[in-house]
Every structure is written in structure tokens, then in C-alpha cells.
Design a protein around this ligand. Structure first.
Ligand code: SF4
Length: 766
């Protein structure tokens, strides 16, 4: 274990520390004296203080030392702006930045990329110069999607990584615990502070049997999402194990871990196995694979380890699933899907099929998709629906451009898979997020027109892909997307139904086929990486003072030490309030580095319980109905603090800290909900906002949108309830409601100092 093996081929001097991990783990093992789960082993081997750390799952806060940080371009802007204000010369933990979110899909890969480079020039210039300055690896636009690049280049078994994106868990496919965080957490780790995580529970998913035919790894997570629902993984790591694991490719395991984000899981992991070893070899990291083998006993669960909850899935019986619309946990097996379409009156015609995204853009995914496309072409037919293809990385794109579809018959294909997908009718988009994050200039339907689309992506909240609330977005495996796109309707089951070939004869699609790894190795494609220069001192970071996309951050005010009295409720939100509702993506992405400008989208998607509408609230000082951000700005200008009341799992969705920065910037004090999504709750604390929950969830119903509230901030103490006094607008008597919170001592300091960053700068000064 004392061998020196670099963590990645792209950096020098950062070695995998299995010896150190082993010794920390042994300390904890002696203390706990019981069999450990794999997820626990990864976390405990990264403890800042393995001797003194209190360890109780679901309760204690672990102080951890991650091996890496990864940021995507939309979140990196704010993370780096925050890091800059901590005043350090370089990042303390290896970090990379990936340009993938800001590229809009319009007419196809190359042109879209050129346009994005022009439109986003100031952002890319800021990121590339700040990365060079602070010793951060920079992946240029066109390189690919963050999670695919991390899997191909940085992930390794047993490692701990944080990433400023909710699908960071993708790297669990290589046995890494990779956790999505807000930019503020990334800043902590970049600045060498331990990172805090409430010790997660561990949900075991035992896989037995073997996948075959049309069933894919994606269907495992679609099924798990149906079982556990969008709330089911909250506060837990999902740990897959059992004999079925060995039938999955490494990238298939990554797909499963990726979508664990949809059930609220902290992350998901698979134990180290031969498929991971093969993948490491195929991506030029055989030495890491060999090193991992020497530590293999600790890269899986101990015998007899007991999970907090256990789910079992027999892969031999697993059917392909289609999840949606509007939520990723509405899981329907393909055999029941036609009936569901009819019963629910979902639009039957399929308008668009989209494959790719970080979830499903591996070589295996693309080659299987191409095999179905080739089968169709051999029968003289093509996609009926609009069809788009997003390769996950430049390496995947170049490889599928070169590799042929394995011949289906004697007339087998002699052209690259990418060309096959194009011939089938596909538009190949840039190696980037594109429509998955709403970067899609969709023109085939009008806003408000009900229609169906199906993608191999992970997330399908209302309006996410095309900002049309009437779009019914379904998620499925790439195989199912291609098959449905071919039929042009949701009423098609490729396992049982036939299609007409060019002569009108019936035929059934062959089962998809494709290898996990390319037989001739990967083709790296174009060089898209910028390493930090040797001499970094002379680098100037580019931020224009007149920019409307980038703004240097000013510190927030410290707490005034008083209780907050007679505050209005800006909005009492009803039902799902995701981070997309709080800080919408799509066209707003471009303001991610400019807090004041992006605050104009604050809560514009949240549904007001008073009128059932979005972005319409009453300003109590004027009596007028106005947009949420405008009302908040008006209160702020009048020196009035305000609160938000929210429903269950408030802030689910992504890790974007803008959803926490914006209410803070516009003068909010507290967000009071029935429950929070973990990342959002932490983000609020970091920005000096108070995330509070109703001790009795039914109290949510007792509060009316026009009531005023007092918050007894001076009561804030670890483990103590917090009092809120409610003054009903109808003149009824004032009543008290008990609120709960999850603050620990250091977090209370954040609140007092105004933010975590203020606290950090204070310590740096000392
Ligand atoms: Fe990009 Fe979509 Fe993946 Fe997020 S989920 S990283 S937007 S591809």
C-alpha cells in the first residue's frame, strides 16, 4: 500500500493514499468493532480526526478530507468568485473545472460550440484565467460533460470527491464516493478546511440474477426510483452489492449512481470489481487498477455488514422502465406503459427522443443505440420523431465516430456508429449538457402545447428541458429512447410489437447489442484540456466591472444579534419547490456569476398557496400584486426582512447555491418548511440564511400567506427548538409554533458572522 501511484494522468505529485486511508480506517474499526459497509469505509478513511470523530449514522457531522473537487462552468463561477474572497494563492485540494453547461443546442455540435464560445467568452475567459491563477485544471468547452470526464480521468476506487453538481455521484461507478455540493462547500475544501457531512445512513440494494435483452443498468435505477421515490434516499448513501453487480459494465454502474440524485441520495457506490479494473485499463490507468487490487479487501463491504434498509432486485426479472412525466419516480414497466399512456391521457405522439447526457452517454450506451439504429436502417426505416445525440465527452465522440456497429447480419455496417445515428435521423449535438439543462432552442412545438418527449437523461421536472410546462418528459434507457423514436409514438413496446419495414412487411427489432468498452481502445479526439502554467503569479484574472454576467462578491452583513419581529411571508409555497423553482436554469444560466442579475429569477417558479399561481405575490406595503423578486427588492429597499414558508423536501433538485444566495441577497432571513433537501439546507446555512422546519409538519397549514411572524433568533442553539410567533392577518390571537433545525456549533457561527465565507475570512485574518 506504500506504492506511489498518481491519482490521475493529468497532474503530477498527487498520489493515491491507500496506506493512509487504511490506517485511518483501522483506527475507526477498532473503535466501532463491527463489520463496516463500503460507503462507511470510504467516509471513515477520509476523516479529519479518526480518533476523536463522533460517529453515529444519521446524527453526527463527519469532518472529512476529500481527495478532489470538480466544478462545472455554471457553478464554478460563483465558487471561484467566493474562493477569491478567501484570499489564498492556490487551491489546497486538486480541483478541475469543466465547461459543459453553457452550450445551447440549436443546429448541431460544431456550430453550437462556436456560438457558445462567442456568447460566453467573458465567462470562459474568467474561468480559464482564474483556473490558471489558482492551479486548477481547466477542461475547455467541447471537452465533454463533467461527470463523464471525471469517470474517464479522475475517479478511482475508495476515493472521496465533492463536486458542484448534483450528479457528481456518477463516479460511484468507479467505486468513488462522489458527492454533489454547493459552491460554498467546494470553496471550503479548495481552501483546506475540512468538509462537513451529516453521517449518512446506508441503504443497501442487493442485485441478484443477470441483465439481458432490452433491460439495461438504467432500468435498475428507474426501478429503484419507483421503489424509494424522490424522497427515499434523503440522508443516505445507496450501496449496491450482490452477485448481480458483476453483470454490469463500469459505465452502467455510473449511470445507476448518477441517477441516485433523483431519489435524494447523498451518493451511490458500487464495490470495486473486475469491470472497474477493465475500465481503468481502457482509460490508460492500469496502474491504478493494480493498486486498487492490492487494497481490494477494503474496497467492498465487510462480511456481515448490516444496512439501514435493504432493497433486493432480481435482474433476470427486470423489465425496461419508463419514468415520468414530470417526476423521475413515476416508474412504469414497459409492459404496462401503453395502458398508462391511455389512462393518464399523456400525448401519444412522440415529438422528440434525446440520447446522451452525463447519465447515459458512455461508449456502451452509444454502441447499443447505434445497433438499434442500424437494425432499423437495414429494414429501410428511420426515426419518426426528432432525434438528438449528445456524446458525453470528446473521447466518446471520437471513438464512436471511428468504431463500427458490430455487423447484425452479412450486410453489416461499415460506417462509424456516429454516422449510423446520423443516418437514422439523429442530430449530433456538442459534447455538453444541452437540452438536459434547458439549453435547447426547441422550435418544433409552441410554448404551452401539450406534447411528449423521451430522453435517456436523469431529470424530468416540469419545463426542465424546453421551458414548456406542457411538455411531458419521460426518462428511459437510450435503447428505449431509440426504439420509441423509431415508432414515433409512446404506444410501442419493442419487446412485443412489430414495425413495418420499407416494403410494408412486419418485423421485430433485434435485441440491442454493444460492448462495454471499444475493442480498439478509446480515441482521445481533440485536445481540450488546459493545465495550470508553471508560473501562475503573473496571470491576471479577467473580470470586467461593467460585465452583466460576472460580479465580484461583497460580504453579507453579520447578524444584528436581535430577534426578528413582525416579518412578512414573501411567499407561502405549495407543493414541489425544487431548486429549479427557486433559481430557474435555462436562460438564467448566463447570470450564474452575477448575483444581483440572477436574483431576478428568485422563486419565480414556486406556486403561491394563496392563489395557486407562480410569480404572483401580494406586497403587503402597497397591497399590489407583483413578481416575487420585485416584491423582495421592495421590502429590502424599505429595510423589511422577510421569510418564505415551504412544503416538503424544499430545495430538492440541484446543488446550486444561487437558490440560497438569492434570498439572502434580496433581504430574506429564514426559509421555514416541512422538510428540506440536504444540499439546499446546507447552502442556506452557508449563506447566513436560517433553514428551519416545522417541529409538527401540520403547522404548515396553520399559517396563512398574509400573516406576520416573529423569529426568536436569540434562541438559536444546538439541538434546541426555535420559537416562531405567528400574528394572523385576520386579527386572531397570536400563536406560537415550534421550529426545528440541524445547526451545529460551527454552523451557528456562520449565521452570526453573516455567512460561512465571512467566518472563513475572519479566521484567515487571525
Ligand atoms: Fe449536464 Fe444534465 Fe448531467 Fe446536469 S444532469 S451534468 S445538466 S448532462
Amino acid at each position: 500500500l506504500t506504492k506511489k501511484v498518481e491519482m490521475t494522468n493529468w497532474e503530477k505529485g498527487h498520489y493515491i493514499d491507500y496506506a493512509g486511508m487504511n490506517s485511518r480506517l483501522n483506527i475507526v474499526r477498532q473503535r466501532l468493532n463491527r463489520p463496516l459497509m463500503y460507503a462507511e469505509k470510504i467516509l471513515y478513511s477520509h476523516l479529519d480526526d479518526p480518533h476523536g470523530q463522533e460517529i453515529e449514522r444519521g446524527k453526527s457531522y463527519l469532518r472529512l478530507r476529500p481527495d478532489r473537487v470538480a466544478c462545472q462552468d455554471a457553478t464554478a463561477q460563483m465558487a471561484i468568485l467566493q474562493f477569491m474572497s478567501a484570499g489564498m494563492p492556490s487551491v489546497a485540494t486538486p480541483t478541475t473545472v469543466h465547461c459543459d453547461h453553457l452550450i445551447e443546442a440549436q443546429i448541431g455540435g460544431e456550430k453550437d460550440l462556436e456560438r457558445a464560445q462567442a456568447i460566453n467568452k467573458e465567462v470562459y475567459d474568467f474561468l480559464s484565467t482564474s483556473c490558471a491563477k489558482y492551479n486548477i485544471g481547466f477542461w475547455r468547452p467541447g471537452s465533454g460533460i463533467i461527470h463523464q470526464i471525471v469517470l474517464e480521468n479522475y475517479a478511482f476506487p475508495g476515493a472521496l470527491m465533492i463536486g458542484t453538481d448534483s450528479h457528481t455521484p456518477n463516479a460511484g461507478g468507479l467505486g468513488m464516493a462522489a458527492i454533489g455540493v454547493g459552491g460554498a462547500d467546494a470553496v471550503d475544501v479548495m481552501a483546506n478546511l475540512p468538509w462537513e457531512l451529516k453521517a449518512p445512513k446506508v441503504i443497501g440494494v442487493k442485485l441478484t440474477g443477470q441483465l439481458s435483452g432490452w433491460a439495461t443498468p438504467k432500468d435498475i435505477i428507474l426501478k429503484v426510483a419507483g421503489i424509494l421515490t424522490v424522497k427515499g434516499g434523503t440522508g443516505a448513501i445507496i450501496e449496491y452489492h450482490g452477485p448481480g453487480v458483476n453483470s454490469l459494465s463500469c459505465t452502467g454502474m455510473a449511470t445507476i449512481c448518477n441517477m441516485g440524485a433523483e431519489i435524494g441520495a447523498t451518493t451511490s457506490v458500487f464495490p470495486f470489481n473486475d469491470r472497474m479494473y477493465d475500465y481503468l485499463g481502457a482509460t490508460n490507468r492500469k496502474e491504478i487498477g493494480d493498486f486498487a487490487r492490492s487494497y481490494a479487501a477494503e474496497l467492498r463491504e465487510d462480511e456481515g455488514a448490516e444496512y439501514d434498509e435493504l432493497v433486493e432486485i432480481n435482474l433476470s426479472e427486470l423489465e425496461p422502465h419508463i419514468n415520468g412525466p414530470f417526476t423521475p419516480d413515476l416508474a412504469t414497466p414497459i409492459s404496462k406503459f401503453k395502458d398508462a399512456v391511455k389512462e393518464n391521457k399523456w400525448p401519444e405522439e412522440l415529438k422528440v427522443g434525446l440520447i446522451g447526457s452525463c447519465t447515459n452517454s458512455s461508449y456502451e450506451d452509444m454502441s447499443r443505440a447505434a445497433s438499434i439504429a442500424q437494425d432499423a436502417l437495414d429494414h429501410g426505416i428511420k426515426a419518426k420523431s426528432v432525434f438528438t445525440v449528445t456524446p458525453g465527452s470528446e473521447q466518446i465522440r471520437a471513438t464512436i465516430e471511428r468504431e463500427y456497429v458490430a455487423p447484425l447480419d452479412s450486410n453489416g455496417s461499415e460506417i462509424g456508429q456516429l454516422k449510423t445515428l446520423e443516418d437514422f435521423g439523429g442530430m449530433v449535438l456538442a459534447n455538453a449538457c444541452g437540452p438536459c439543462i434547458g439549453q435547447w432552442d426547441r422550435r418544433d412545438v409552441k410554448k404551452g402545447e401539450p406534447n411528449s418527449i423521451i430522453s435517456s437523461y436523469n431529470r424530468n421536472f416540469t419545463g426542465r428541458n424546453d421551458a414548456n410546462p406542457a411538455t411531458h418528459a419521460f426518462v428511459a434507457s437510450p435503447d428505449m429512447v431509440v426504439a420509441m423514436t423509431l415508432a414515433g409514438t409512446l404506444n410501442f413496446n419493442p419487446l412485443t410489437d412489430t414495425l413495418k419495414d420499407k416494403d410494408g412487411n412486419d418485423f421485430k427489432l433485434a435485441e440491442p447489442s454493444g460492448a462495454g468498452l471499444p475493442s480498439n481502445g478509446f480515441d482521445p479526439g481533440n485536445d481540450t484540456y488546459q493545465a495550470p502554467p508553471e508560473n501562475r503569479e503573473s496571470v491576471n484574472v479577467a473580470v470586467s466591472p461593467t460585465s452583466d454576467r460576472l460580479q465580484i462578491l461583497e460580504p453579507f452583513n453579520a447578524w444584528d444579534g436581535k430577534d426578528a419581529l413582525d416579518m412578512p411571508i414573501l411567499i407561502k409555497a405549495k407543493g414541489k419547490t425544487t431548486t429549479d423553482h427557486i433559481s430557474m436554469a435555462g436562460p438564467w444560466l448566463k447570470y450564474r456569476g452575477h448575483l444581483d442579475n440572477i436574483s431576478n429569477n428568485m422563486l419565480i417558479g414556486a406556486i403561491n398557496s394563496a392563489n395557486g399561481e407562480a410569480n404572483k405575490v401580494k406586497n403587503f406595503t402597497t397591497g399590489e400584486t407583483d413578481a416575487v423578486p420585485a416584491t423582495a427588492r421592495d421590502y429590502k429597499s424599505k429595510g423589511i426582512k422577510w421569510v418564505v414558508i415551504g412544503d416538503w423536501n424544499y430545495g430538492e433538485g440541484s446543488s446550486r447555491e444561487h437558490a440560497a444566495l438569492e434570498p439572502r441577497h434580496l433581504g430574506g432571513l429564514a426559509i421555514i418548511t416541512r422538510s428540506f433537501a440536504r444540499i439546499h439546507e446546507t447552502n442556506l446555512k452557508k449563506q447566513g440564511m436560517l433553514p428551519l422546519t416545522f417541529a409538527t409538519p401540520e403547522d404548515y397549514d396553520k399559517i396563512q400567506p398574509e400573516d406576520k411572524v416573529d423569529l426568536m433568533c436569540t434562541e438559536l442553539a444546538v439541538g434546541q427548538p426555535f420559537t416562531m410567533k405567528v400574528h394572523p392577518a385576520n386579527g386572531d390571537e397570536t400563536f406560537e409554533v415550534k421550529l426545528a433545525h440541524t445547526y451545529n456549533e460551527p454552523q451557528i457561527e456562520w449565521f452570526k458572522n453573516g455567512s460561512a465565507l465571512n467566518t472563513m475570512a475572519k479566521h484567515n485574518k487571525k
